[in-house]
Design a protein around this ligand. Structure first.
Ligand code: ZN
Length: 132
């Protein structure tokens, strides 16, 4: 159920037979709800209560999300409206991957220069350094 909410998927749950009771004497009064479900099995009652909770507070339910970091995909409860990742660790992982991909050329050039300098220190200035 939580996974269906996190993935914004459709969920179907089948019920055993039970009954629904409308106590009209309680309509419009303070004491208790007029409508009550007498489910035959505890699991039916649990599913009904859980689904009611999700539907009665959709803003909270929409905070249930799946982490957008591909190797994580953990379900989490978002603290902020635009939160995409379960943790700082996952957010940093995605951000550093994006940075490395967008700066690939500069990083490669820097690494080539560093390698050449390192080889020159080891072999002396007159040796031509080839590819790594
Ligand atoms: Zn994560």
């Amino acid at each position: 159920m939580i996974e269906a909410v996190a993935d914004r998927r459709r969920l179907q749950a089948f019920y055993q037979a039970g009954k629904v009771v409308l106590d009209a004497a309680k309509l419009g009064t303070e004491g208790g709800r007029a409508l009550s479900y007498r489910d035959a099995r505890l699991i039916d009652a649990a599913v009904r209560v859980a689904i009611d909770d999700i539907c009665e507070d959709p803003q909270s339910a929409l905070q249930i999300r799946r982490c957008q970091q591909p190797q994580c995909s953990k379900i989490f409860y978002a603290q902020r409206k635009n939160q995409k990742y379960c943790s700082h660790r996952c957010a940093n992982k995605v951000a550093s991957l994006a940075y490395r991909q967008s700066h690939r050329r500069e990083r490669a050039t820097r690494e080539r220069i560093r390698y050449r300098q390192k080889m020159r220190q080891r072999t002396g200035p007159n040796v031509k350094v080839g590819r790594q």
